[in-house]
Design a binder for this molecule. Structure first.
Ligand code: T4K
Length: 375
């Protein structure tokens, strides 16, 4: 039918737990008078998430960016870090905040993740780590990256901001690399309004991060390092505890929506999407398509303008490329000739509305609109 939506349809909507449960939890917090600094709700969430990740080594943060900045700091990295240009600014800025130089590596056109086969030629004596992103929750080539890490004795950090609950070959995504960060921002499947976490194998690293996120205070009257305030507070933890109970249901709804998108969009020439391999358990964080201008008839950017007229607000995650930002564009590897795939993908990608409250009719209508807009 392709009709204009009465209300705006956004790229995502957060899980909103039952407000009565939140009110009840707030009363408990009020009674305890402990609002932050690792109170009962924080400890409870940490323990529940440990079970979820299958790993006790977890540190909760006030957002994913602080988590990444401090993880990079505590790994004592120096010099250059090989990373992807196709990501949210937070990934690369976290390197800058640690005085590390990003070295951009091109991405794969299917997964849109860093191309592990192109990393080796970028490794120099100055390289201390690889910072890879599981973009849209799609796992990187973790095996190849691990072998490079062993061969060159460099660290591997994963920005798993989008990958909460993802598994590869039966293992949680956080089992790979020297440490992973997660974002618990409201736009994420699992959220604490704002929040994040580091998950790592090394218990001591987590212990250090817990100190670092509390101003470097190791014990009363014992300040060990120039830390920062990165703590998740009790109200955030409360929201997280309630959101966690709703994850499975939300994923079920998103699976329903994804199935409609796939069924309807697979026959529209010029629209393509990534099909995950069998060994990956997905989390349904995003539903992302690529628009091939030549075949579809109009560009991704033109399509977005037209979709807005129908009250549909998809997201051009992630445009422009980080390597084109003013403060990164003059780096030696920012030259666009080295980043051909990334350049193409950034102009084609579109994250479509994807959240459990969308009805079948809503999704069918979005597909009808897309079909109608094809030239
Ligand atoms: N690494 C990666 C790879 C990341 O993608 C991110 C964050 C990070 C690291 C850092 O993690 P954090 O420090 O943020 O924890 C969002 C988020 O702000 C950001 O967390 C996220 N990635 C990024 C991919 O997306 P926008 O620019 O999409 O936000 P906004 O406000 O345009 O929201 C999109 C839509 O969501 C709105 O049109 C409506 C809906 N919405 C949004 C919010 C905030 C709601 O319905 N309710 C809300 O409260 O950035």
């Amino acid at each position: 039918m392709a009709t204009k939506f009465k209300k705006p349809i956004y790229v995502t909507r957060p899980i909103l737990p039952n407000p009565k449960k939140i009110q009840q939890g707030i009363m408990e917090i009020w009674e305890s008078k402990q609002l932050t600094n690792v109170g009962e709700k924080h400890r409870e969430l940490s323990s529940k998430l440990s079970s979820y990740f299958g790993n006790n080594n977890i540190s909760l943060f006030n957002n994913g960016t602080t988590a990444l900045m401090l993880l990079l700091k505590k790994l004592n990295l120096k010099g250059e870090v090989i990373t992807t240009p196709f990501t949210f600014p937070a990934t690369t800025h976290s390197l800058t905040w640690n005085n590390l130089t990003p070295v951009f590596c091109d991405i794969e056109t299917d997964t849109m993740n860093i191309d592990a086969d192109k990393i080796e030629k970028l490794i120099t004596p100055k390289t201390s780590a690889i910072l890879a992103v599981h973009i849209f929750g799609t796992p990187c080539n973790v095996q190849k990256i691990e072998s490079l890490s062993k061969k060159y004795k460099i660290k591997v950090v994963y920005d798993a901001a989008h990958a909460f609950g993802v598994e590869v070959s039966g293992k949680n995504i956080s089992d790979y690399g020297d440490g992973s960060i997660f974002s618990f921002h409201a736009t994420k499947l699992f959220h604490t309004v704002e929040g994040g976490a580091v998950v790592a194998k090394n218990k001591n690293l987590i212990k250090q991060l817990n100190i670092e996120k509390n101003f470097g205070i190791e014990a009363p009257e014992k300040i060990r390092s120039a830390g920062i305030n990165g703590k998740l507070n009790e109200l955030q933890a409360l929201v997280g505890l309630e959101v966690l109970k709703n994850i499975k249901k939300e994923q079920k709804e998103r699976k329903r929506i994804k199935n409609i998108y796939i069924k309807r969009l697979k026959d529209i020439d010029g629209i393509s999407f990534y099909v995950k391999p069998k060994n990956v358990k997905e989390n349904f964080q995003y539903f992302v398509v690529r628009i091939n201008k030549k075949v579809f008839g109009i560009s991704r950017d033109e399509l977005v303008k037209k979709l807005i007229k129908y009250n549909v607000f998809p997201s051009k995650y992630f445009y422009p490329l980080v390597s084109s930002y003013p403060h990164y564009k003059n780096l030696k590897n920012s030259n666009i000739e080295n980043l051909n795939n990334a350049k193409l993908i950034a102009t084609e990608v579109l994250a479509l509305p994807f959240y459990g409250d969308l009805t079948n009719a809503d999704v069918e209508n979005i597909c009808d609109i897309l079909k109608k807009l094809k030239k």
